[in-house]
Ligand binder design. Structure first.
Ligand SMILES: Nc1ncnc2c1ncn2[C@@H]1O[C@H](COP(=O)(O)OP(=O)(O)OP(=O)(O)O)[C@@H](O)[C@H]1O
Ligand SMILES: O=P(O)(O)OC[C@H]1O[C@H](OP(=O)(O)OP(=O)(O)O)[C@H](O)[C@@H]1O
Length: 218
């Protein structure tokens, strides 16, 4: 019966490899689960586990709607989207941080000098909330990627983006001015599934927690 399956939405891309490693360590089936195929649904009949392969930004939607019981996705995406889901566990890997970055020659600017300036970002909610919390009025320019290009091309004075190694900033002549918040990968859960499928969720949660306690999966 379809109902018996526990469905987990996986983020393809950067997070997939450490996620599969964690699942495998937790004793979950992962054989043949890859983003290199056209398949987007992976069923394990015996274990009653189903994975769906999603764009990271779509994971919270599948979980909120109940199409997936659980999801594995970055905190950055969770805070930006504010979906109505439970966040069950910090999985520790996929570290990055939200920052405001400016062109290198502006590295001495005071935060106050950003008032009335333009910020390009893929994360308009995070950016708006941050600038509002600082009492600044900043025009948000929403882009879908490669936001480092915006200051180079003169359509923005700064960016709000996630930084991991800092390499992309460096290579585009930008410097971090302020950190907004840290982000790591989280296990999220549909609110109804948490009650109705708790017996299936609990062992998984316990295995993940044990692995993380032991030093995790960074
Ligand atoms: N250096 C990094 N670059 C991008 N993402 C990172 C980095 N370090 C950690 N992450 C985490 O990995 C997640 C997925 O990033 P990835 O680049 O694979 O997808 P994306 O292209 O941003 O997603 P989408 O396809 O939905 O636009 C991010 O949301 C973040 O939580
Ligand atoms: O500090 P670094 O290790 O250089 O990583 C940061 C880069 O990674 C992210 O982009 P992503 O790979 O998600 O591409 P995108 O901008 O096209 O979404 C982010 O938007 C930066 O551009």
């Amino acid at each position: 019966m379809m109902q018996d399956y526990l469905t987990i939405a996986l983020s393809k891309g950067t997070l997939l490899k450490p996620t599969l490693k964690l699942l495998e360590e937790a004793g979950m089936p992962v054989e043949g689960v890859t983003e290199d195929s056209r398949a987007m649904v992976f069923n394990f009949e015996e274990e009653k586990i189903r994975y769906i392969m999603c764009r990271p930004t779509d994971v919270p939607t599948y979980v909120e709607q109940g199409a997936a019981d659980l999801g594995i996705v970055g905190k950055d995406v969770i805070v930006e989207q504010g979906k109505d889901v439970y966040e069950l566990l910090d999985l520790g890997y996929g570290y990055c941080r939200f920052v405001v970055a400016v062109p290198r020659e502006k590295d001495k600017v005071n935060l106050r000098e950003l008032n009335y300036k333009r910020a390009a970002t893929k994360f308009p909610v995070v950016a708006e909330n941050f600038f509002r919390s600082q009492g600044l009025q900043v025009e948000i320019i929403k882009l879908h990627g490669n936001v480092e290009l915006a200051p180079i091309m003169g359509i923005a004075d700064m960016i709000v983006d996630i930084v991991s190694t800092g390499r992309t900033l460096r290579e585009n002549n930008l410097v971090e001015l302020v950190k907004i918040m840290d982000s790591t990968t989280r296990l999220i859960c549909n609110r109804v599934s948490y009650r109705t499928k708790y017996d299936q969720i609990r062992p998984l949660l316990e295995s993940f927690a044990k692995i993380i306690e032991k030093g995790g999966n960074k």
